[in-house]
Design a binder for this molecule. Structure first.
Ligand code: AP5
Length: 212
């Protein structure tokens, strides 16, 4: 079960990837979380990507492909994985194919840009493990504290309204064309990402044949 979650920034990819990972017992691989970890650790990769990430720009393909290839080669991916936030360009999608990283399902979560802009103002993320919350739609049990690890919740730097708008523009320009790429291989399922978190999860499970 190798799966890609496509969708605009804030469409709910990370939220759904975490739920799917628990249900299917396979890892969710978020390139955004991996890059934020690298920045937090002060690694060379973190230094290289900070300007792109803070500005809402895409990180160069070669950096992304290297970390993804390493990650999916880990033993915990042997029964499958969920890619959240990658591929994001045609070059990334083609490179995954060329590296022999097979994909069984591609789910695109669709949602209007204006709904996303409103959603992003309520997002809080764990500064320790990266888990994502929303102050109304998905609040933590204790305000400001991560349910998973007890870490402190914070607003992401790239969730500033003007940066969100730039990220949406880049999504429409560079990532949305991937829908045609995966539609051609018959793997794409387009789902309504504006439903409740639970309803989106049920739609994904049905789309991948895990629920009838
Ligand atoms: P990344 O971290 O991947 O950010 P993103 O794709 O922009 O997606 P988000 O994390 O913003 O949103 P999401 O779809 O996961 O939504 P979430 O579930 O959190 O990437 C960040 C940066 O890293 C990029 O800008 C780029 O610089 C770099 N990068 C990463 N990957 C790259 C790549 N492959 N190539 C190049 N550069 C790359 O939900 C959002 C909010 O809504 C949350 O508060 C959540 O609780 C809430 N919510 C979720 N679902 C619902 C629902 N159904 N109803 C109501 N609220 C909901």
């Amino acid at each position: 079960m190798n799966m890609i979650l496509l969708g605009a920034p804030g469409a709910g990819k990370g939220t759904q990837a975490e739920l799917l990972a628990q249900r299917l017992s396979i890892p969710a691989i978020s390139t955004g979380n991996m890059l934020r970890d690298a920045m937090a650790n002060g690694s060379e990769l973190g230094k290289q990507v900070r300007t792109y990430m803070d500005g809402g720009l895409l990180v160069p393909d070669e950096l992304i492909l290297s970390i993804v290839a390493d990650r999916v080669a880990q033993p915990d991916c042997s029964n499958g994985f969920i890619l959240d936030g990658v591929p994001r360009t045609l070059a990334q999608a083609e490179a995954l194919d060329q590296k022999g990283i097979g994909i069984d399902h591609v789910v695109s979560l669709e949602i209007d840009d204006d709904v996303i802009e409103r959603r992003m103002t309520g997002r809080r993320v764990c500064s320790h493990c990266g888990s994502s919350y929303h102050i109304d739609a998905h609040p933590p049990k204790t305000a400001g504290i991560c349910d998973q690890c007890g870490g402190e919740l914070a607003v992401r730097k790239d969730d500033a309204p003007e940066t969100v708008r730039r990220r949406l523009e880049i999504y429409h320009q560079s990532t949305e064309p991937l829908k045609d790429y995966y539609a051609r291989s018959g793997k794409l399922r387009i789902l309504d990402g504006s439903q409740s978190i639970e309803d989106v999860q049920q739609s994904i499970l049905k789309a991948i044949g895990d629920l009838v």
